[in-house]
Design a protein around this ligand. Structure first.
Ligand SMILES: Nc1ncnc2c1ncn2[C@@H]1O[C@H](COP(=O)(O)OP(=O)(O)OP(=O)(O)O)[C@@H](O)[C@H]1O
Length: 251
């Protein structure tokens, strides 16, 4: 694996009640191609801010974010975000039309039947076969999130950014989506940065876990997670790994 993304001495300030607040303080790490990296930390420590800066939604004050040798300064299709919000799909489009939307940007290069086939294939990967013609309001929250993931993957980003995508789901659906995501990640060899406040979720999913502390946040530690996959949440090794991360975050 080679380094795809490099974040160096990244700092971000916000103005709150006319005061400058330091949210991220000299954050540095790299992401390898094909890696599944999670970011955990207490509420308000700057996880979403960090992801938003990588997406290019906001400007950073100091440091750099470099993707394949190029400085990130604005959003691009090489970095796509999936949010926690169930309402990120176009409500007036069917599930299939939602996934087709990014594929239609290459209308001239790819014939319509080929685009439909591609979209259906992404929907199959997220186990939404048979729901192509449903509208977002006709399916469950978990299904909407799966469609949002399929749409994001159809863009073929270099890095998939996920901001607590399963945060609003019930436990069973969440566990189900975690395994679907892992299958997908393996199948299409994507690179994922996944923000969560759920340490168990980070241990189930990731190769490495960034533990952040309270604001102004810098990284407490980056923990390598070499547990064999599929991972068993009830195994001693799993529980030990989760405890290691919990201790880092709490420090
Ligand atoms: N646009 C903004 N203007 C001012 N302050 C902001 C802005 N965005 C975020 N903040 C502040 O930055 C800090 C970090 O917020 P952020 O949403 O990144 O944290 P988080 O770790 O993702 O939290 P959570 O787990 O609760 O989602 C918070 O104190 C928040 O109030």
């Amino acid at each position: 694996m080679i380094s795809l993304l490099e974040i160096k001495d990244l700092s971000k300030f916000f103005i709150k009640d006319k005061e400058k607040v330091n949210v991220l303080n000299k954050v540095s790490f790299y992401v390898k191609k094909g890696e599944f990296l999670s970011v955990v930390g207490p509420s308000g420590c700057g996880k979403s801010t960090l992801l938003g800066l990588i997406a290019g939604f906001d400007k950073y004050d100091e440091g750099s974010i470099i993707l394949k040798g190029k400085k990130i300064l604005k959003p691009s299709s090489n970095r796509i975000m999936v949010f926690q919000d169930f309402n990120q799909l176009f409500p007036w489009k069917t599930i299939l039309q939602n996934v087709l939307f990014p594929l239609n940007i290459n209308k001239k290069q790819i014939a319509l039947n080929k685009r439909i086939q591609l979209a259906k294939n992404y929907l199959k990967m997220v186990k939404l076969e048979g729901y192509e013609d449903y509208y977002p309001h006709e399916v469950s929250g978990g299904m909407k999130q799966r469609a949002a993931i399929a749409r994001a993957l159809a863009i073929k980003p270099e890095v998939l950014l996920m901001d607590e995508p399963f945060g609003s789901l019930d436990v069973q659906t969440r566990i189900n989506l975690q395994s679907i995501l892992i299958e997908l990640w393996k199948e299409i060899e994507s690179t994922i940065i996944f923000v969560t406040h759920d340490i168990e979720e980070a241990v189930i999913l990731s190769d490495r876990i960034i533990a952040m502390g309270r604001s102004p946040s810098s990284i407490r530690d980056i923990i390598v997670n070499n547990l064999d996959r599929p991972r068993d949440r009830l195994s001693t090794e799993f529980i030990e790994k989760a405890k290691e991360i919990y201790d880092k975050v709490r420090e």
